[in-house]
Write a protein that binds this ligand. Structure first.
Ligand SMILES: Cc1cc2nc3c(=O)[nH]c(=O)nc-3n(C[C@H](O)[C@H](O)[C@H](O)COP(=O)(O)O)c2cc1C
Length: 141
């Protein structure tokens, strides 16, 4: 069974709701999926999984959250080559540039992204949660 970690940072719960749905989708597709706040894992822990789904909202000025998530991702980045990966997160002030920039970083690191980064405006509605489940299922497939 494929071991997947869904690792996220969320300030007000929007990306957390997405992460829960990604995890549900991965489990429904047969994976052994764990839902983990980024504060609970190190990059070394993350590398123990077969595939990773990473969630972070747009923070700062179109950036990843700088205190916990950015240091985690920076530590993980050199080990992403060939690694199955999905990325997702919520935004509400701009147009989603942070997700485009994040996806480029993942591609430059050689990650095997299973889909384009999933950026959802504000709180995920039913359609967005379905997209999150589909993303989790795709990563598990
Ligand atoms: C300090 C701070 C910085 C933010 N910066 C951006 C930004 O650069 N672009 C954007 O679209 N939204 C920005 N937002 C809005 C959040 O991305 C949005 O509220 C998102 O839904 C929060 O997700 P969360 O509930 O998972 O924390 C910012 C919010 C905060 C509190």
């Amino acid at each position: 069974m494929k071991k997947i970690a869904v690792i996220y940072w969320s300030g007000t719960g929007n990306t957390e709701a997405m992460a829960q749905a990604v995890c549900e989708g991965a489990k429904a597709a047969g994976a052994d999926a764990a839902l983990l706040p980024v504060s609970a894992v190190s990059a070394a822990d993350a590398l123990g999984y077969d595939a990773l789904a990473l969630g972070c909202p747009a923070m700062g000025s179109e950036q990843l959250e700088e205190t916990e998530f950015e240091p985690f991702f920076t530590a993980l980045e050199p080990s992403l080559n060939g690694r199955p990966l999905a990325i997702f997160g919520s935004y509400s002030w701009a147009e989603g540039q942070w997700m485009q920039d994040w996806q480029l970083r993942c591609q430059a690191a050689g990650a095997a992204l299973c889909a384009d980064g999933l950026a959802v405006y504000d709180a995920p509605d039913a359609d967005a949660l379905e997209q999150c489940r589909a993303l989790g299922a795709k990563l598990a497939g």
